[in-house]
Design a binder for this molecule. Sequence first.
Ligand code: S3P
Length: 462
Amino acid sequence: MSAHETSIGPISGQKSSKAGGAQSKCVAHLKGQCSLPGDKSISHRALMLGALAVGRTHITGLLEGEDVHATAAALSAMGVGIRRESPGQWVVDGVGVGALQTPDNILDMGNSGTSTRLLMGLVASQPIRCFFTGDGSLRKRPMNRVIAPLSQMGAVIESRGDGRLPLLITGSDSPMPIDYTLPVASAQVKSAILLAALNTPGTSVVREPKATRDHSERMLKAMGAQITVEESGTGETGRIIRITGEAELSPVDISVPGDISSAAFPLVAAAIRPGSQIRLKGVGINPLRAGILTALEQMGAPVTIENRREEGGEPVADLVMTGPERLKAVTLDPAIAPLMIDEFPVLFVAAACAQGSSRFTGLEELRVKESDRIAAMAAALSACGVAVEEVPDGLIVHGTGSPPLGGATITTHLDHRIAMSALVLGCASDRPVSIDDAAPITTSFPDFMPLMNALGTEITLL
Ligand code: S3P
């Protein structure tokens, strides 16, 4: 173990929790209020951009899940001083753009696609070499989407045959700027290019046909990078991002808002239990993340947004959900997909409890997440007595308007969002719903069970 690894204590991308199941029973309703763990996307970026700044970045509210630990451990192995001062409070001593070191071991990114793809961008324009690997889920995920643009910038990347981990990336000592149009709507790919561009001379351009989460752009701007964002006018929401490299980033204090992707689980649990009343405090409501609020409103479960404010360059608010008497089925506009891409598994649960058939399409990206989330949720819902039709790019859910049967054990496929969605389904099912493996939940929401149970759910480890 290197000196850098010891400086951040016992964190790594490896799972610490043992595989074991969990079970969720039907409850009358949810009541109460709570704060959510820090936003996962913003937490990764706070550590990475802090690592590239000149000087010390203080972070509060950092998500302490396995995925973010994987990022911290990798940066530490590349020579960045990272210290946890108290729960959620971390200090990063940045080394400056272009000053990372070759780690002395393979980087195990665990389950985290965001860590892997963004860190590949960070490495691509520096003369260092890194081996990346991950768990059984991450090793199945496509990396060609980042290999292609980063290779154009000069990085040399050798992957297992078909663009999957494990891979070796050798960053370029003379990187070239690119003008790149994203073939898929992906904030990870966009961010990988922006991070590589920071140490690349000239101006790099990323064109996104559909806008995706802009946390990287917001944080880069706040740290003094030369970055502009223009509406592209070509699509409904397209954007052109230009960034000039050989930058110097100034450290800023970063306060990480609560994660709306984690908030989606109690929000849907309350929406499917009539008479529920919950308040979630300090949740990030960046418009490029908040599609779940629109979807729930269309289903007859509007979220009341209170106490709107701005924290660390991100819009934040308290979210109040009152469980309606009944949920309506919805045909969701596929254009909303990038604005709530991680929330579909739990939205399918809401649709399962709604009256009528809901149609969700334009979701081909769900097939290459931590699991094939269309197939995994189709299997989970039908095992619990809900009729579904799987289509190549989505799911049709025939909700009955009454509690689903439940009574099944759901396979989670190393996917935290499948695990939590199944447990939310159990809150409203006639018979308990179990999951085979609760360990993946720690990747994004380590306190999921105590937090949900404090709001009134009955979720237990098996
Ligand atoms: C993320 C982007 C999304 C999302 C992931 C986090 C990010 O992935 O699914 O959980 O932090 O940039 P894609 O970029 O692959 O859509």
